[in-house]
Design a protein around this ligand. Sequence first.
Ligand code: GLN
Length: 341
Amino acid sequence: MTYTSDGNESIPTDFDDVVQQVSTGTLAHQRIDELLLEAHERYSDVDEGLLAHYIPVLGQVEPETFAISMSHVGGTVHGVGDCHHQFSIQSISKMFVYALVLQEHGHEVVHEKIGVNNTGMPFNSVMAVELNNGHPMNPMVNAGAIATTEMIAGKSAAKKWENVREGLSAFAGRPLTLDDEVYESESEANERNKALGRLLKSYGQLDGDPNNAVDIYTKQCSLNVTAHDLAVMGATLADGGINPVTGQQVVSADVCRDTLATVATNGLYERSGDWLFEIGIPAKSGVSGGIVAVAPGKGAIGAFSPRLDMAGNSVRGQLAIGHLSRALGLNLFASAPDSAR
Ligand code: GLN
């Protein structure tokens, strides 16, 4: 029996020599345009939720912006609403940086160092670190994301940042740029993330300077994307690591599988269980109002609308993705009785 460094017994595994088969079904892609329009119309009037005021510039954005995009693994990207509106990627960056780190270090090392289990607590919880003997727990909360970013290849902070930016750009299929205003605003307001960095360091969970790791993390959160980009980035993870638009192999199929499993259990923080129960596909949200949801082997949805629920997840984004998951048959847990009977 092996143990992860959070002290928990890990699941017994003995499958390395078993050839992995994949079975995911197909996407009814001829209906995507019609269903995107339907979801957009249905939820455009929802005005519940609040902007992310704790990062000052995010508290000043236009609250009505609403975009839904979907990329099929075949490479066609559909969209409705403000699909080319740019916003900072925020926490959605965590899943793509995690994929790059898995690619670099492999399944075992990353499992042991970062973990995969849900904290049951908000994304910026300090208590979660304390309750777990300093272990970052999973890469989708801030502590785990800071520890993950530190593992990006590169000897200097500048090189690590370059690798993050280039890696995320490969997922998007275009060069992503930093939103300086968001980066400055968040840098002035991120005392809590700096505290998390120092706490991890005190537990021996970070090798380098914690402020460097937090700074790269803040930069990765400040990269600008659109709903269209999120759909393509997600579809790369749905497509065995090949960007369906550019054809570039960004990460391996094994990395996609591991990333999506971790996203499924942690992507919406302490609401991840509710999300899987209601919607049934791995998804990651960010506090600027983006959500990406991935249907393995089929495609991905990128949604954007900045009003958030209390856990920091876009209200309209959740509704739109829920609608599409149901109408397009994306829920991983749904089945119908065998028709051959
Ligand atoms: N940059 C944000 C933070 O660290 C990201 C949080 C999020 O999107 N949930 O607080």
